[in-house]
Design a protein around this ligand. Structure first.
Ligand SMILES: [Zn+2]
Length: 100
C-alpha cells in the first residue's frame, strides 16, 4: 500500500499550503481520522475540508484526494481532449510495437 507522511497529507491537495487541523478527531479501527481545512483564500479549496487517515504506525495511506496531486489537472484539458490524447498514446504505442 502506498503511504505518505502525515505532514505531507496535512497539506492542501490543491495548493500545497499546510492545512489547519480541526479539533475533530475520530478513532477508527486501524488508526485515527483527522480533518483539515484549507485557509488559503486564493485556493479553489478555500474553506474546504479533507480527511486524513493516520494509521497506528504514523503513516497515511494514499487516498483519492492525495493522489490527485500526482495527477494534477492540466489547464484547458477537457474530457474530450483527454480521451483524444489517450487514444493518440495508444496508437503511438501500437505503432511503436509494430516498428520493432
Ligand atoms: Zn488550498
Amino acid at each position: 500500500m502506498l503511504t505518505v507522511s502525515f505532514e505531507e497529507a496535512s497539506k492542501c491537495p490543491r495548493c500545497d499550503n499546510a492545512g489547519e487541523q480541526n479539533a475533530l478527531v475520530r478513532n477508527v479501527k486501524d488508526g485515527k481520522l483527522y480533518t483539515f481545512t484549507c485557509r488559503n483564500s486564493a485556493c479553489s479549496w478555500f474553506e474546504t475540508d479533507w480527511v486524513v487517515q493516520r494509521l497506528e504506525d504514523g503513516t497515511v495511506p494514499l487516498r483519492e484526494t492525495t493522489r490527485e496531486r500526482t495527477f494534477a489537472p492540466i489547464p484547458g484539458m477537457t474530457q474530450e481532449k483527454a480521451i483524444k490524447a489517450l487514444k493518440q498514446t495508444a496508437d503511438d504505442e501500437e505503432r511503436g510495437l509494430r516498428g520493432r
